[in-house]
Design a binder for this molecule. Structure first.
Ligand code: ADP
Length: 421
């Protein structure tokens, strides 16, 4: 079946057309027929780009003022006889939507109906920067493609299996019951995908494995995946918590926030921007938020770039230890995301000298790990496997769409929570 995957941001709509089916998922053989994006929505020079394998990339510049118009343009280019990949819009049999926040309402992907749309709307308060745009795209796509099923896939859903001891903060409990302040975690589609692929690579059932997954991109998070279930993750109520990221600070003594407000001449909004946009690799190094540039600067002796790199790896290493303890053991560590997939240096620095833990990198395999491939970079026979797995969130969304429609995934899942109310 051909699935259109949509990921709607504040000023962009990213899309892919993926050919998939339950059999193709089993064989890991789903095909991306086209991918692209509409960017700068709301401006007079919005840009639509379309990439089709083995063809020259196609671009259009035009005024696209809102998400509905953007999705109309996407559908139009997909059926364009010269540039497109579909004979007819009716070839799209389902649409999969990325939705950032499902709160405590969604523990898996779900077939969208008016009730589900209303529930996603209720989660807007938890992700005011993301959910409104996701929802806008969802509503527009449902009205443009009314005859096909639409499936919502949530970044948070995979982590709904966390136990209360992992998701309740040490704050007055009323902040949880009244304001829904708790750890939710993000990047769930990626953590789920790469943990399943790791089990596949190891030719072992995921039900036997305790895997620590490291999603290291601009945003970075880790998860403890215990026999297929997320039992802890490093991002929290928002994506700010946990690892050092491109521009986010990650773990922090909460007392720093009121302290900075009192001591520095910053407003709350400025402080928020400081923590989210001016911290992390960028804030520590003063060089860049981009790991390639940090690595290059450190190699030429820039001390702050080296420090940023050290903090980055040290935190990942601490979480590996913490999550192994949380799961009572460790069978695999998996790296993914732009940094995790492409930086042998980060993988090697993070796991150096962890043979006491059963982790031994194969230096050659790590250095020469082929791009875009699922590979093991640990020494053969070591207790803990180390894997590099390219993530593909769009593919997970397409797969979930097929699974929900095929009845192999519950189509309506309201998460239960064990936490006392
Ligand atoms: P996003 O989270 O926006 O999807 P990506 O997963 O593409 O981001 O990751 C972007 C990060 O990956 C950037 O910090 C970039 O520098 C880093 N990266 C990409 N290629 C390499 C590489 N060869 N070595 C080190 N870092 C890399």
């Amino acid at each position: 079946m051909k699935v259109l995957v949509l990921n709607c941001g504040s000023s962009s709509v990213k899309f892919q057309v993926i050919e998939t089916s339950l059999e193709m998922i089993e064989a890991n053989a789903d095909l991306t027929l086209a991918r692209g994006a509409v960017e700068k929505i709301g401006l007079s020079d919005s840009r639509l780009s379309l990439d089709v394998p083995d063809r020259k990339p196609h671009q259009e510049i035009a005024e696209i003022l809102e998400h509905r118009a953007a999705i109309e343009r996407v559908l139009k280019v997909l059926v364009n006889p010269e540039h497109g990949v579909l004979g007819n819009v009716a070839e799209i049999e389902a649409v999969g939507h990325r939705v950032v926040h499902g709160g405590e309402k969604f523990a898996s992907s779900v077939l969208v109906n008016p009730e589900v749309e209303a529930m996603i709307e209720e989660c807007v308060v938890l992700a005011p920067l993301h959910n409104p745009h996701n929802l806008r795209g969802l509503t527009a796509a449902r009205s443009l493609l009314p005859g096909v099923p639409h499936i919502a896939v949530f970044d948070t859903a995979f982590h709904q299996s966390m136990p209360p001891k992992a998701f309740v903060y040490g704050l007055p409990y009323e902040l949880y019951t009244r304001q829904a302040i708790r750890r939710y975690g993000f990047h769930g589609t990626s953590h789920r995908f790469v943990s399943i692929r790791t089990a596949n690579l190891l030719r072992r059932p995921i039900e036997d494995l305790r895997i620590v997954t490291c999603h290291l991109g601009n945003g970075c998070s880790m998860a403890a995946v215990d026999r297929g279930h997320s039992v802890d993750t490093s991002m929290g109520f928002t994506p700010l918590e946990g690892l050092l990221m491109g521009t986010r600070c990650g773990d922090l003594d909460a007392a720093i926030v009121p302290w900075v407000l009192a001591m520095e001449e910053v407003t709350l909004a400025q402080l928020n921007a400081m923590l989210n946009k001016h911290s992390g690799l960028y804030g520590v190094s003063g060089v860049s938020s981009d790991m390639r540039e940090i690595e290059a600067a450190c190699a030429t002796g820039n001390k702050r770039a080296c420090l940023a790199l050290d903090i980055f790896c040290y935190r990942i290493r601490k979480y590996v230890g913490a999550y192994a303890a949380a799961m009572g053991g460790l069978d695999a560590v998996t790296f993914t995301g732009g940094i995790g997939e492409n930086s042998p240096l980060i993988r090697a620095t993070t796991l150096a000298g962890m043979d006491f833990f059963g982790i031994e990198l194969d230096e050659d395999a790590n250095r020469n790990a082929p791009r875009g491939k699922e590979v093991l970079v640990s020494r053969p026979g070591t207790r803990v496997a180390v894997a590099v797995i390219p993530t593909n969130e769009e593919r997970v969304i397409a797969r979930d769409t097929v699974r929900v429609l095929g009845g192999v995934m519950p189509s309506f899942a309201v998460a239960g929570t064990d936490a006392p109310r």
